[in-house]
Write a protein that binds this ligand. Structure first.
Ligand SMILES: [Zn+2]
Ligand SMILES: [Zn+2]
Length: 238
């Protein structure tokens, strides 16, 4: 299994890609960094150098809450050196023990319990699908591959959803049907579909986009109506 800092690096790399912040970013090992003779961060375990979106997020008041919490869930914190680089440091006295037990046992770990509580808190202690306050649980919308060895709490908040017991049961089934469906598509189609939905959801209300898609098998008239309806439901993107 990769070391703690390697696992953090893999996780941050992927998080940056998913959040479209990866352009002009790159990691330097601490040896590479020290060789540059910069004034800061020479005692870090790993350094990330960045321009672009991450630079803007960190220096111009972007929302860093998910990023900060995600780094922390691996037992690390970061410090900015200059405005264009950050160093990762282990949190003193952090418990890095890897749990050997079953998945159910891992969910008893305080690190998971705290993360789960944070997800529920952020959702206002309500199911994010139906609004129920009854028997709410925290769901992983995906799992990373085994070789990355992520513990249940080593996920970004956006990977987790607060759901009531009944929505949770439904969701697990529906997510695996969706995954099974992806088997019909080429990798490029999946990637374009994701990009297309991302753009559509940015510009239009998501329910209206889904409604239009559901009308595509209907008559031309119904399709035109759904398009006309969608055009009235632009998001307020300033
Ligand atoms: Zn629900
Ligand atoms: Zn779940």
């Amino acid at each position: 299994m990769p070391s703690n800092i390697e696992r953090l690096k893999i996780a941050v790399e992927e998080w940056l890609i998913r959040n479209e912040l990866d352009i002009d970013t790159g990691f330097s090992s601490i040896e590479e960094w020290r060789a540059r003779n910069e004034d800061f961060l020479n005692d870090a375990e790993l350094v990330l150098v960045f321009e672009g979106g991450l630079y803007t997020m960190l220096n111009y008041g972007g929302d860093t809450a998910e990023f900060d919490e995600y780094i922390e869930s691996f037992g690390y914190f970061y410090e900015l050196g200059h405005s264009w680089n950050m160093g990762f440091y282990p949190i003193p006295n952090y418990d890095y023990t890897t749990l050997i037990g079953s998945y159910a046992q891992k969910l008893q770990d305080t690190r998971w319990k705290e993360k789960s509580k944070l997800v529920k808190e952020r959702a206002g202690w309500k199911c994010q699908d139906c609004g129920s306050i009854d028997r709410i649980e925290t769901h992983h919308c995906y799992y990373t591959v085994m070789r990355e060895g992520n513990e249940p709490w080593e996920y970004p908040l956006s990977a987790l959803r607060c759901l009531c017991r009944s929505c949770h049961e439904d969701r697990s089934k529906i997510e695996s049907r969706m995954r099974a469906y992806l088997a019909k598509l080429t990798t490029n189609q999946i990637d374009s579909l994701k990009e297309g939905l991302n753009t559509a959801f940015y510009w239009f209300e998501s329910d209206a986009v889904v409604e239009l898609l559901s009308k595509l098998g209907h008559s031309d008239e119904e399709i035109y109506m759904a398009v006309a309806d969608l055009l009235k439901k632009r998001n307020d993107t300033e």
